[in-house]
Design a protein around this ligand. Structure first.
Ligand code: C2E
Ligand code: CA
Ligand code: CA
Length: 654
């Protein structure tokens, strides 16, 4: 049974091995011209040698019929030689070849043997020669088509051996045996050759599969390397690669815009609800933004809550702003989490660029600058880098250069603004405010140079030197008058920085209880956990912590009670409008109430008029600061200011 199956396999095509069949067809199609050429020439030679002696139907019509069949098959193969064949076509061609081999074998053998009786001895001996040579040639040409080669061999060789073996002519008998032997050898060769061929195809197939797998892995790796795993958006690397393609002068890109998107209010949510909730928001942001990605718009996550946008084919500033607003609108929709509904927004800074005229760093610097300004003024909005930004950037560049070269001792000074205790009718402390007069730029306000110093990484040196100087100045003040000193986010950004501050305070010999350190809520929100730890450490020494500019930032009230605080300073912007604007009045009232609930002191900043003072006094504020009492005073002015109050006190006592 198994033998029968094996024999059947020898005469059939390998239907289950498509690749082998395809290779067979390809290899054979290359042999087809030679095969038919040999067949036609050999047949013509035999027919011609018998022309006249054998009947015409054998020397003319039968060969012509065989030629017609051969031509038909030849044409079929020829037409398919450069085509990629379908599975069905290949099976059809291979099966057709086996069938035609069968017909050809019978046809040629019968025809040759029928010619044998005609002609002289030479012509007769040409018949076995013709058959032997032709069949060998056919077997060789069908080397890759085992089934067809075996079919032909098994038809021609037995007929040949029997016919000439029993011809009685010893030469023909010897020839028959000889050809039989050679055919046996050829079949053996055919078998090994075919097996090697099949193995080779198998190996090739495995190799191709392996290559495909390798390519798939390479592609997958590339995809992962360029994708942000949390949001499924392109990542930072992908963003910079895309940007570099545009700035490397790739001609297909014309004018384009680069946007930097920063989420507002994300950090507080992250701090309040935890990182898992933060991740879910970022994922949802990614989902919303990915809907805006097109062939012309790439949106990537650059890291944290920052996203990058590249827009091609930019026609106008309006188009950029329109797109930016779409992004902002999408982000303004509430995010529903298990912990509650969260509202955040996004602010975007855009800069336009044109191909190789710009370096990526320069484009991003402009987009960042636009973002920085938008954040400071109009959160949740879009800003496109403009002329005024350009001027601001230049000015900041000059400030940075001058700061780097500055001689601290001669260029920097401190002035002091009293913080007034209304109930005691006396200054309770002085807030130290930095002043800088640059030899090249003249006086530069702290509102301008502090942010530049922060970004240039210079602030810590300034803070420590200013603090040392402020502590030195206050040595001459009465014991009941404290110092309020402004810190930057960077001053509490690491335990080392905090220890440096503590070292300075301890060295000064000033009692820590006389020192307030002011920190803005935006600075705290940068890294809430670290800020809490740093403020806690300072507070443990007896230093008091004041939250500056309260209400101007983006933090939620829910954060305040988590901070180790002693004082809250209400931002001046509310006071300016307190007499005219009811909302401002309500905000101030509720902050004063909040302070009372939390058990922290409240300082109202920016009191300029007696009306404002009366208003906040009615609301229950005890500590105030502002031009109404004094503008920031030079060191020399403090003594006389204090003297006025002690004179008042004495007068009151007498
Ligand atoms: P700030 O801490 O909120 O300081 C109060 C600012 O408001 C001061 O401006 C002060 O001169 C001004 N001011 C006080 N009372 C009134 C008033 O009644 N009306 C008006 N219109 N303004 C008033 P300055 O000195 O220009 O400081 C600006 C900001 O620069 C400060 O805001 C503070 O955030 C920062 N800063 C100043 N000195 C330092 C410093 O030494 N270190 C750090 N890190 N920041 C400082
Ligand atoms: Ca302050
Ligand atoms: Ca303030």
């Amino acid at each position: 049974m198994q033998l029968a199956r094996k024999i059947a396999a020898l005469f059939s095509i390998p239907v289950h091995n498509r690749e082998l069949m395809r290779s067979q067809a390809r290899a054979f199609s290359r042999q087809v011209p030679l095969l038919y050429f040999v067949l036609v020439i050999n047949t013509a030679a035999l027919a011609i040698t018998h022309l006249g002696t054998a009947p015409d139907y054998l020397t003319i019509w039968v060969p012509l019929a065989l030629y017609a069949g051969a031509l038909f098959r030849f044409m079929k193969w020829w037409r398919l030689r450069n085509k990629t064949l379908s599975y069905a076509e290949i099976v059809g061609m291979l099966r057709g070849t086996i069938r035609f081999s069968f017909i050809l074998g019978i046809g040629f053998t019968s025809w040759a043997l029928m010619l044998y009786p005609y002609g002289d001895a030479y012509a007769q001996s040409f018949v076995p020669f013709f058959m032997a040579v032709t069949v060998i040639c056919i077997i060789l040409c069908l080397m890759h088509m085992r089934a067809a080669a075996l079919t032909i061999t098994l038809i021609v060789i037995p007929a040949y051996t029997l016919f000439f073996g029993f011809s009685g002519n010893p030469v023909f008998v010897a020839m028959a045996l000889n050809v039989c032997l050679v055919a046996g050898g050829l079949i053996y060769m055919l078998q090994t050759n075919y097996r090697d061929f099949a193995n080779l195809i198998e190996t090739q197939k495995a190799l191709v599969a392996k290559q495909a797998e390798t390519q798939r892995l390479v592609d997958e790796n590339l995809r992962l390397a360029n994708m942000d795993s949390l949001t499924d958006l392109p990542n930072r690397r992908s963003f910079f690669t895309s940007l570099a393609r545009r700035t490397d002068g790739d001609a297909q890109f014309g004018q384009f815009a680069v946007g930097v998107l920063d989420l507002d209010g994300f950090k507080p949510v992250n701090d309040l609800y935890g990182h898992a909730a933060g991740d879910r928001i970022l994922f949802e942001v990614g989902r919303r933004l990915s809907g805006l990605s097109t062939d012309d718009v790439l949106i990537a996550r650059l890291g944290g809550d920052e996203f990058g946008i590249i827009m091609d084919g930019i026609t106008s500033q309006e188009a950029i702003e329109r797109f930016g607003r779409t992004v902002c609108d999408l982000l303004a929709d509430p995010f529903r989490l298990a912990e509650g509904t969260v509202q955040i927004s996004g602010t975007i800074g855009f800069a336009t660029a044109r191909g190789a005229e710009d370096a990526p760093a320069h484009i991003l610097e402009r987009a960042d600058c636009a973002l920085y300004h938008a954040k400071a003024n109009t959160r949740g909005q879009v800003a496109v880098f403009s002329q005024s930004h350009e001027m601001q950037m230049r000015r900041n560049g000059m400030i940075e250069q001058a700061l780097r070269k500055a001689d601290f001792d001669s260029e920097f000074s401190l002035i002091f603004q009293p913080i007034q205790d209304i109930r005691a009718g006396q200054p309770s402390a002085f807030e130290a405010l930095a002043r800088w007069t640059s030899p090249s730029l003249g006086p530069v306000s702290p509102g301008e140079f502090i942010p530049v110093a922060e970004r240039a990484g210079l602030i810590s040196t300034f803070s420590t030197r200013l603090l040392r100087r402020a502590l030195r100045e206050m040595k001459t003040w009465p014991e009941n008058v404290g110092l309020s000193f402004n810190l930057s986010a960077y001053d509490i950004a690491s335990p080392d920085a905090v220890e440096r501050l503590i070292g300075i305070i301890e060295q000064s010999g000033v009692a820590p209880s006389r020192i307030d350190l002011e920190i803005t809520e935006t600075a705290v929100m940068r890294d809430f956990d670290q800020a809490c730890a740093a403020l806690g450490r300072l507070r443990a020494l007896g230093i008091m912590i004041a939250l500056d500019d309260f209400g101007s930032g983006y933090s939620s009230l829910s954060h305040v009670h988590l901070l180790p605080l002693d004082k809250i300073k209400i931002d001046r912007s509310f006071i300016t409008k307190i007499e005219t604007n009811e909302t401002s009045r309500n905000v101030v009232k509720s902050i004063i109430g909040l302070c009372r609930n939390l058990g922290v002191d409240c300082i109202v900043e920016g009191i300029e008029t007696t009306g404002q003072l009366a208003a906040v006094g009615e609301m229950g504020a005890y500590f105030v600061q502002g031009y109404l009492f004094a503008k920031p005073l030079p060191v020399e002015g403090i003594e006389s200011y204090l003297a006025t109050y002690s004179a008042n006190e004495q007068a009151a006592n007498t």
